[in-house]
Design a protein around this ligand. Structure first.
Ligand code: HPA
Length: 289
């Protein structure tokens, strides 16, 4: 895989973003030759998902030179390599967010790296605010589509031709077959699953009630501060993508309570058992994909 990426650039000056990516890849490959099929990004509430994995090896992000390391409490970062049932996976325990001050190319570097390791499928998870008035705190929502216009596009700048085309199609970012798998996995396990559109805003401030009303008018069902830019970068590289939001709270203005990070974290932790079950049962079914 690495050769494929490197070879095509011979004789050409490397793009700096790509150069950093290749350096990180080289660093990872010195530590493990594990070939994942599915890359899972663990959002709030899934922090201890490693318990559900037969772990083969781990790499703390801090051991990968140049890799962006999260500054948010509760997002301590490492790659976990192993198996969910028979499916080889790489999990990101902790992701970096744009609001931490990293360039957007750094925010999506880990996802690109996991594709280079061999992952064909990207499973994105997050905690999100419910914008749809029929949602409740603790609901799980399958992401059917996304709104990216409030976050910087990670493909801005010179196109990295080795990764994908200049103008990638975005008409089916979330893979239809994977959505069917997830819906069936939820049904078979008696897990209630909402469906909807996720919008990423930059944060770190939560939204105002007026912003939430605007988002609802635009067709947004859940709002958060991650995921969309990662999906754009993964789609650019041809990954098949699926995603789940854990609705940790109703968004601003929908209840009398002000929002706090702690409350969001606690609610995400409460929904964690079903969340983990759904991730596991969906990934298991990816063996045949
Ligand atoms: N807004 C943005 N991001 C979030 C929220 C929210 O209400 N809840 C969890 N992440």
């Amino acid at each position: 895989m690495y050769c494929r990426y490197k070879k095509r650039t011979e004789g050409k000056k490397l793009n700096q973003v790509y150069e950093k990516l290749l350096a990180c890849y080289e660093c990872v490959r010195k530590k493990t030759d594990f070939q994942p099929k599915v890359a899972i990004v663990l959002g709030s509430g899934l922090g201890d998902y490693a318990e559900h994995i037969k772990v083969i090896s781990e790499i703390p992000y801090s051991e990968i030179e140049g890799f962006p390391v999260s500054t948010v409490p509760g997002h301590a970062g490492r790659f976990i390599f192993g198996y969910v049932d028979k499916v080889p996976v790489v999990c990101m325990k902790g992701r970096v967010h744009y609001y931490e001050g990293y360039p957007i190319s750094d925010v999506v570097l880990p996802v690109r790296l996991m594709k280079m390791m061999g992952a064909e499928i990207l499973f994105l998870t997050n905690a999100a605010g419910g914008v749809n008035t029929s949602f409740h705190a603790g609901d799980l929502m399958m992401i059917k589509d996304q709104i990216a216009v409030f976050a910087p596009n990670p493909l801005i700048g010179e196109n990295i031709d080795e990764l994908g085309v200049r103008f990638p199609d975005m008409s089916t970012v979330y893979d239809r077959e994977l959505q069917k798998l997830m819906v069936q996995a939820a049904k078979d396990n008696g897990i209630f699953l909402q469906e909807g559109v996720y919008a990423q805003l930059t944060g770190p401030s939560f939204e105002s009630p007026a912003e939430i009303r605007m988002l609802r008018g635009m067709g947004v069902d859940a709002v958060g501060m991650s995921t969309v830019v990662e999906a754009i970068a993964a789609n650019h590289m041809g990954m098949r993508i699926c995603g789940i939001s854990c609705i940790s709270n109703l968004a601003a203005g929908m209840t009398a309570n002000p929002l706090t990070h702690e409350e969001v974290q606690e609610a995400a932790d409460m929904a964690a058992p079903n969340f983990k079950k759904l991730v596991t049962e969906t990934v298991k079914r990816m063996a045949a994909e």
